[in-house]
Write a protein that binds this ligand. Structure first.
Ligand SMILES: Nc1nc2c(ncn2[C@@H]2O[C@H](COP(=O)(O)OP(=O)(O)OP(=O)(O)O)[C@@H](O)[C@H]2O)c(=O)[nH]1
Length: 368
């Protein structure tokens, strides 16, 4: 391999969204690049690698039987290094399995793992998320119920899907042929609220020009983390919050009733009332994330994360020198913000109320 720089594009996205279809496009029409591919699948057999065309001629390596964001992080680094020694190529595409979280993959590729780092000539260039518009529409439509067949009960798939949307530079909203135009517009409005930073393209059969996803030079770890929609809402000073995505008088988010806002309180929640509220989750909320101060656990930061039907809350650390507080961001469509705030406020411990510290603590909650 030449010693010049080898950019990497990582393709994430839920199961069946169109990632392999995208890889095949890139191999067929790579511009003037020689592309090598690492494909990750969860089963014993890497079905995706089988599906990738001409794999003997192109450098296609399959990493199967595990997920590169957790168990196979080291393998990813080792295989990329080996590929670089054995083959001549000038661009590396990594297709992550549908359940892979993008942040640990980006970390492994930029910072290395306990067992080693990528050779210096590799550079993470772009993270792409391929989102199945039809699946998204169904997953977040309260009237539809899809089984949440997550292999990891701690990490339901809707949660991973949201991570994949929130952390990327380029978003392909794929399978647009399967969703009516009006639904596409509201999906886009929701995605924009979750992910204000990435470039967003509507696609069918993942058809995009290779320059859209390769050699963009857009990857910036800090920025990608900072610009997640919920973090921007939390960081903004006002309670209000629809992200400004352009100079239009009515933003797409407003037009589709999508909004985000932050709930901030300096009093603790009553554990049972807050747990009851989490049980009775408002279906209009698409995404909630943040942390809570719960009276039964005065030392502990209780993290709250919800994506679609999965609602989780449990300890994520200690307050230490920080003053305990609650900061929760809600992103939703048709939210009744006043009622939500009022309901949450009724979960706060009143000034004259006693907490029974011996009562069963409901946190961590099982994911629902
Ligand atoms: N109707 C329609 N089907 C599509 C589109 N894109 C991909 N498909 C089909 O959807 C199925 C899944 O596509 P893949 O490219 O294998 O999806 P994937 O993300 O690699 O799937 P996993 O590796 O299982 O996570 C295939 O049958 C594709 O032909 C699209 O835009 N519209």
């Amino acid at each position: 391999m030449s010693t010049s720089e080898v950019p990497i594009t990582v393709i994430s996205g839920p199961l069946g969204a169109g990632k392999t279809t995208l890889v095949n496009h890139l191999l067929k029409d790579p511009g003037d690049r020689r592309i090598a591919v690492i494909v990750n699948d969860m089963g014993d057999i890497n079905v995706d690698a089988e599906l990738i065309a001409d794999q003997t001629e192109k450098g296609v390596i399959d990493l199967s039987n595990g997920c590169i964001c957790c168990r196979l992080q080291d393998d990813l680094v080792t295989q990329a290094t080996r590929l670089a020694e054995e083959r001549s190529f000038d661009y590396l595409v990594v297709e992550a399995s549908g359940i892979s979280e993008p942040i640990p993959i980006a970390q492994a590729l930029t910072e290395g793992t306990e067992e080693g780092s990528l050779p210096d000539q590799f550079r993470l260039d772009t993270t792409v998320s391929v989102i199945d518009a039809y699946g998204f529409w169904k997953a977040f439509n309260p009237e539809e119920s899809l089984p949440d067949a997550a292999p990891d009960p701690e990490r339901p798939l809707t949660e991973v899907l949201i991570d994949q949307i929130e952390f990327c530079e380029v978003l392909l909203l794929n399978k647009c042929d399967m969703v009516p135009e009006a639904a596409l517009e509201s999906i886009e409005a929701v995605i924009r609220e979750l992910q204000p930073r990435a470039t967003l393209h509507r696609t069918t059969y993942s058809e995009v020009d290779s320059d859209t996803v390769l050699d963009t030079g857009l990857f910036d770890f800090e920025e990608a983390q900072r610009q997640q929609g919920w973090k921007r809402t939390l960081a903004s000073k006002s309670e209000d919050t629809n992200h400004d995505h352009g100079a239009t008088a009515v933003s797409a988010a407003e037009a589709h009733g999508v909004e985000s806002f932050a709930y901030r309180r300096e009093q603790p929640f009553h554990p049972e009332r807050f747990d009851g509220w989490l049980d009775d989750w408002d279906g209009e909320i698409i995404r909630a994330k943040g942390f809570a101060w719960v009276a039964s656990r005065p030392e502990t930061v209780v993290g709250v994360s919800q994506a679609g039907p999965s609602v989780q809350a449990g300890p994520i650390g200690e307050w230490g020198d920080d003053d305990p507080a609650t900061r929760l961001v809600f992103i939703g469509s048709g939210l009744d913000r006043n009622t939500l705030v009022e309901d949450l406020d009724t979960c706060l411990v009143a000034s004259n109320e006693q907490i029974n510290q011996d009562a069963d603590d409901p946190f961590p909650r099982e994911s629902s």
